[in-house]
Design a protein around this ligand. Structure first.
Ligand code: C2E
Ligand code: MG
Ligand code: MG
Ligand code: MG
Length: 288
């Protein structure tokens, strides 16, 4: 009896396993199709000067809404794109959408850099940088209007190999940010090679800055490192006034997070920001 039960459990297990693989495969195919149809879009999240709530930039974030209106989250489809060999196509689409967004923002009188994310894998493609510069030229966007955010999808021991290309971008005027700094594989060697202009403090530290002395210390260390190497620092995931105040007190000057704005469609942001690029924050009372 127990043997029979075990057998059934195994069958159920393997059926579930097949189902998972089948779903993943279907999602992969949907993503391939969506990319071919350029059916992905971007939302922009403002970057803000912490001392005066002034808009200083945006980050473009990929969004995938399927035909039935359901959304797939980036932490699902980005890793999927990476394993399916679709990430460079996805990121190229996002660069193009970002260029289009910059032109529309400029037309509305808003001229701040817009960041886009690139998986570290594709930076090792020898054509990556020429393609990027070619795309900018095609759209008539200047390098200083963009900001490359490097997200790490694998160990970056061979970072030195792409450092000269990154330096070239920086010399052309483009900002280069190390995303989620303080976690994962981000290592000091990235910045000692000085192939970056900006460190983005990961949101796990920002979220805990008020409660965890360790998190607060990591934030302080990152700020000290950025000062030491002449880099900018941007705090990610700023959600409360308390976090903003602690960041300011530690010398962090820029941030991004729900306190200011969630990522939103360009049209919505243009409506809001065309006449006033200073954010109004909730009062401590309203925040509760
Ligand atoms: P990321 O580049 O570190 O982007 C920041 C993420 O934090 C975004 O998640 C954003 O929506 C979220 N966020 C911003 N402010 C807050 C906040 O105050 N609180 C909280 N809890 N979250 C906040 P999202 O859009 O889900 O993107 C997740 C990640 O997916 C990104 O992390 C980035 O690594 C990757 N990604 C997004 N778009 C692209 C893309 O076009 N290409 C590549 N290669 N990766 C992308
Ligand atoms: Mg990013
Ligand atoms: Mg990040
Ligand atoms: Mg991230």
């Amino acid at each position: 009896d127990t043997a029979r039960q075990k057998h059934l459990t195994f069958l159920e297990y393997s059926a579930g396993f097949d189902e998972e693989i089948r779903q993943r495969y279907a999602l992969m195919n949907d993503l391939r199709l969506a990319l071919a149809q350029r059916a992905l879009h971007i939302e922009l999240q403002p970057k803000v000067s912490l001392s005066d709530n002034r808009l200083i930039g945006f980050e473009a974030l990929a969004r995938w809404e399927r035909e039935d209106g359901s959304r797939v989250r980036p932490d699902q489809f980005i890793p999927l794109a990476e394993t399916a060999g679709l990430i460079s196509e996805l990121d190229q689409l996002v660069v193009e959408l970002t260029c289009e967004a910059i032109k529309q923002l400029n037309a509305a009188g808003i001229d701040v850099p817009v960041a886009f994310n690139a998986s570290s894998d594709e930076l090792f493609d020898p054509d990556y940088f020429d393609t990027l510069i070619g795309t900018l030229k095609k759209y008539g966007v200047r390098p200083e209007q963009m900001n490359l955010e490097i997200t790490e999808s694998r160990a970056m021991e061979s970072y030195e190999k792409i450092a000269p290309q990154l330096k070239r971008l920086i010399e052309m005027g483009m900002a280069v940010s190390i995303d989620d700094f303080g976690t994962g594989y981000s290592s000091l060697s990235h910045i000692t090679h000085l192939a970056a202009t900006t460190l983005k403090i990961d949101q796990v530290f920002v979220r805990q800055i008020g409660e965890s002395p360790q998190a607060a210390q990591v934030v302080e260390m990152i700020l000290r490192i950025s000062e030491r190497f002449g880099l900018n620092a941007v705090a990610e995931g700023v959600e409360t006034l308390e976090q903003r105040d602690l960041l300011l007190a530690k010398g962090c000057r820029a941030g991004q997070g729900y306190l200011y704005s969630r990522p939103q469609r360009l049209e919505v942001l243009i409506d809001k920001l065309a006449s006033n690029t200073v954010f109004t924050l909730p009062t401590p009372d309203e925040q509760g």
